[in-house]
Ligand binder design. Structure first.
Ligand code: AMP
Length: 291
């Protein structure tokens, strides 16, 4: 009989209450943790694989967090398929999955939030009031429940990585944050659970985000240091795609995320939010510091 491969293990535990999760978690020492909102794709699985490679055991949470959605956003219609997600996580060799109902995370009387006022002034924070309050609060709660040694986040959500790192530093949370590169389709479109909303014509147009970012990165590599020149180039490429309606086009400082006139020795973060009718896509590209 062939040796049983690790990804064929079937002893993954799925817990829906905090008490049950804590009880099972106690059997493990060092734990890698991947928080998600489910409807998993290869981007999520890249985080799980990295955690598997670096940690003796891995926990994943699936929770569509209502507090990070605005009143006119897609919370109710956010795609969900927990059975499929669990099959993917089991095949990926995950040890613990936490899938709490909303009342478990936000029982009646819930009233404490983690806020970063500076994050709300730029990019996703400015475009989505309250979004990062919801993200930081739920991730803080999940860290307290899961007690991970390392936690894995995607570069896809660039501002989220900045917010989480700052929260961990400011609140002295004993976890190491690991950022994993963005996983893309062959045509450059960043994988996202929201891509399923795109109609075929919108899907065909969506790689324009990647093309705009790549063109700006190439211009930077060729020596351009003007933030406005790079923003103008990205706007021009987006404008050539009639289905794409830019929300913001940014060349920002990599840590403060403030818009840059000139890119300095610290490099920059290029980022975009673009609407295709009701579907809002984001993507970004890190311009590494150049000599
Ligand atoms: P979400 O389920 O959208 O909250 O995402 C859960 C985690 O997966 C977050 O840390 C995301 O940044 C990360 N993620 C989402 N899409 C990708 C992608 N295409 N590549 C890498 N990581 C991703």
């Amino acid at each position: 009989m062939a040796a049983k491969r690790r990804y064929e293990r079937t002893n993954m535990k799925v817990l829906t209450t905090i008490a049950d999760f804590r009880r099972e978690r106690a059997a493990f020492g060092s734990l890698g943790f991947v928080p998600t909102m489910g409807y998993l794709h290869q981007g999520h699985l890249a985080l799980v694989e990295r955690a598997r490679a670096e940690c003796p055991a891995v926990a994943v949470s699936i929770f569509v967090n209502p507090t990070q959605f605005g009143p006119n956003e897609d919370y109710a219609r956010y795609p969900r398929d927990t059975a499929r997600d669990l099959a993917l996580l089991e095949a990926a060799g995950v040890d613990l999955v936490f899938v709490p109902p909303v009342e478990e995370m936000y029982p009646p009387g819930f009233g404490t939030y983690v806020i970063q006022p500076a994050a709300d002034e730029v990019l996703e924070g400015a475009a989505r009031p309250g979004h990062f309050r919801g993200v930081a609060t739920v991730v803080c709660k999940l860290f307290n429940i899961v007690q991970p040694t390392k936690s894995y986040f995607g570069q896809k959500d660039a501002q989220q990585t900045v917010v989480i790192r700052q929260m961990v530093r400011d609140l002295n949370i004993p976890v190491e944050i690991v950022i994993v590169p963005t996983v893309r389709e062959a045509d450059g479109l960043a994988l996202s659970s929201r891509n399923v909303y795109l109609h075929p014509a919108q899907r065909a147009a969506a790689p324009v985000l990647y093309r705009a970012l790549r063109a700006a990165a190439e211009r930077y590599a060729a020596g351009e240091r003007s933030g406005e020149a790079l923003r103008a180039l990205m706007r021009e490429i987006l404008a050539a795609e009639p289905l794409a309606k830019p929300d913001y086009v940014s060349v920002a400082h990599p840590l403060t995320l403030r818009e840059l006139d000139q890119i300095g020795p610290e490099g920059a973060l290029l980022s975009l939010a673009v609407r295709f009718d009701q579907v809002r896509l984001i993507d970004n590209w890190v311009l590494e510091p150049a000599p």
